[in-house]
Design a protein around this ligand. Structure first.
Ligand code: GLN
Length: 237
């Protein structure tokens, strides 16, 4: 690995890997390599302290018990918090929103403190939200509709320091009646979209990469198979 290698942190795939969200790191690496960058995925497991020096980070979804292990680890080794403070992009999927929040309540009603990188709280809702979700992004740099598959019972309420990532046009999203899907705060983007999210939403992948590289544009990639996948997913209602 050379000094110029772009390093993608896959945070706790051993516990936050249940829904295949590790695919997001693969997408980031592939989109970099196709443009001629050296890129590597750094797996950060429960046996490792969390490094603060990587270029971009992604965390996946998980069940309640795995979430708790992840929360404890991130609180003990606050490398992700330091990385986000210096502006490194972080993509947090589903349970990861809850873990990075102020607190979340498990399905059995126990309240667990999160690591407070996101000003959100999460409580279980009566009904589990499962199915396709389609949204309209609310942040600069994204224009295309977003598509994902949601599967969560937690409903997430945004605090005053957090903003909605997107507005739901189909599906449930954060699930507390405000119409938002996901959360943005500083360099952290959280979303309930599995998929993996970046396979379905290349514009989001490139936004994270532009932020990681500190550039305003990237060479476009022509990938008809990705366009086909998007068309199929966005047609699902
Ligand atoms: N256990 C959490 C919930 O149901 C997260 C699930 C997930 O990551 N898919 O809300």
């Amino acid at each position: 690995m050379s000094d110029s290698t772009i390093r993608i942190g896959l945070v706790l795939p051993d516990v936050m890997g249940t829904y295949g969200d590790g695919g997001n790191a693969l997408i980031l690496r592939q989109r970099l390599r196709m443009r001629g960058y050296d890129a590597e995925i750094v797996d950060i497991t429960l046996s490792d302290p969390v490094p603060d020096s990587l270029d971009v980070y992604t965390l996946g979804g998980a069940e309640d018990s795995a979430q708790r292990l992840a929360t404890r680890h991130l609180a003990k080794y606050p490398g992700l918090q330091r990385a986000a403070e210096r502006g490194a992009p972080v993509l947090a999927i589903c349970a990861a929103i809850q873990v990075l929040g102020n607190w979340y309540e498990t399905s059995s009603g126990e309240r667990v403190d999160g690591v407070s990188m996101l000003d959100v709280t999460t409580s279980p809702q009566e009904k589990r939200s499962i199915g396709e979700v389609i949204t309209k992004p609310l942040i600069d740099g994204l224009t295309a509709p977003l598509s994902g598959f949601e599967n969560h019972r937690g409903g997430t309420t945004l605090g005053s320091s957090a903003s909605g990532f997107a507005r739901v046009t189909h599906g449930v999203g954060n699930g507390v009646g405000d119409g938002f899907e996901g959360v943005v705060q500083g360099s952290v983007i959280g979303t309930y979209m599995h998929g993996p999210a970046l396979a379905r939403n290349p514009e989001l992948a490139d936004l994270l990469l532009m932020r990681a590289l500190g550039v305003n544009e990237l060479e476009p990639l022509h990938l008809p198979e990705v366009d086909k996948l998007r068309k199929e997913r966005l047609a699902i209602r």
